[in-house]
Design a protein around this ligand. Structure first.
Ligand code: FAD
Ligand code: NAI
Length: 323
């Protein structure tokens, strides 16, 4: 069986890894330069920085088992963050018992591990699909790819809807406004923040999350590096704001949180258009076409988060093997 997977984020990669293990041939297509989607660490400050997913938790037995295996392989480590929360003008210690993990050396390491680059077509945005005895895919640059028995769309809802012109029934099951944006900023500081916090859940400010990236295992650097995420609401309001304004805001917010002057060495900004699943909306589950060998997967199918993206990929693989 030859399977095409459009979208090489956590869901697409976990789906493909399961299909490969079951003996299928797998080929991934992704519009980005690299795989891992929203968990892909960005090149910055002469290294990498986690601008997307910050950490992950493991609550379901199947994912916990996988995380244990990754730990044994040195691909995942526990992040013992010094947690704080900021609310009503106060920075308060906020420890808990939740175990949080990160990929090492970078967030994307576990799900990319062991895959052959020949199985990927990157920089390829799929814009059209056809089914006649097998799947044919067309990309933005006019390239066509054919001969696939089954297809998995492991992309965010809006992008899935664009590709489902031929399947009204499936298209109508995809929630179109489920993912909210996130403006993400990383800063490299000339002088350290003199506070023990390494992560802050922020309430009632433009930022929702602040974390010291170099406090995560395998990411130690000479200068402190902080990642700041704006809330979905603020990110939506500031969708077209220029990077320098968002960086200035990030610095001002850091100064407010830690009550010290912040001196910037370097910065990077990324606008995630489809970032965080709106927890207020019902998750539809992994969607399976009744007419064609086609399955839809992604974090949004099961309610957001890395764990759910991985589990959705596994469920999609099972569905493909049974169509
Ligand atoms: P994606 O990672 O979005 O993968 C989809 C892939 O499809 C992408 O690589 C994209 O390039 C590709 N694609 C889309 N359209 C096309 C097309 N037409 N043709 C080809 N390729 C296409 N989760 C946590 O558990 N913990 C966190 O701390 C956390 N923080 C987050 C912070 C931010 C800023 C963001 C953005 C996300 C965060 N998340 C977090 C959510 C987590 O990253 C996602 O749940 C998970 O990575 C989603 O994986 P996915 O495979 O479903 O989707
Ligand atoms: P988690 O259990 O650490 O965090 C879940 C949420 O609980 C946090 O966003 C925060 O608001 C709150 N929280 C947790 N610990 C806290 C503490 N010690 N003090 C104060 N508040 C605390 O991890 P989980 O559930 O794996 O989520 C990871 C991240 O993924 C979150 O930080 C968030 O950014 C994102 N997320 C995305 C969702 C989605 O896509 N729908 C849903 C939930 C979280």
């Amino acid at each position: 069986m030859r399977v095409a997977i459009v979208g090489a984020g956590v869901a697409g990669l976990s789906c493909g890894q399961a299909l490969l293990a079951a003996g299928a041939e797998v080929h991934w297509f992704d519009k980005s330069r690299a795989s891992a989607g929203r968990t892909s660490a960005k090149r910055a400050f002469d290294g990498h920085v986690d601008l997307g997913a910050q950490y992950f938790t493991a609550r379901q037995p199947e994912f916990r088992q996988q995380v244990e295996l990754w730990q044994q392989q040195g691909l995942v480590a526990r992040w013992r963050a010094n947690l704080y929360r900021y609310q009503q003008g106060q920075l308060l210690a906020s420890p808990d018992d939740q175990v949080r993990y990160v990929g090492v050396p970078a967030m994307h390491s576990p799900w990319r591990h062991g895959l052959d680059s020949n199985n990927f077509t990157l920089n390829s945005r799929i814009t059209g699909l056809e089914y006649q005895q097998g799947w044919q895919l067309h990309d933005e640059q006019g390239q066509s790819f054919q001969g696939f028995d089954a297809l998995v769309l492991a992309v965010p809802p809006v992008q899935a809807i664009q590709l489902l012109a031929h399947d009204d029934e499936l298209r109508q099951q995809v929630p179109d406004s489920m993912l909210q944006p996130c403006q993400a900023i990383a800063v490299k500081l000339a002088e350290p923040v003199r506070h023990e916090a390494t992560a802050v859940f922020v309430k009632g400010r433009p930022l929702g999350w602040v974390a010291r990236d170099d406090s995560k295992p395998g990411r130690q650097t000479a200068f402190q590096q902080w990642v700041l995420h704006c809330t979905p609401e603020f990110s939506q309001q500031q969708l077209t704001s220029p990077s320098h304004e968002l960086v200035a805001l990030a610095i001002a917010e850091l100064e407010l949180l830690f009550q010290q002057e912040i001196k910037l060495l370097d910065s990077v900004h990324h606008r995630w258009l489809y970032a965080i699943v709106d927890a207020g909306q019902a998750a539809p589950g992994v969607l399976i076409s009744r007419r064609l060998p086609l399955v839809l997967a992604g974090d949004w199918c099961l309610g957001g988060r890395v764990e759910n993206a991985w589990l959705a990929g596994r469920q999609a693989a099972k569905a493909v093997l049974h169509v």
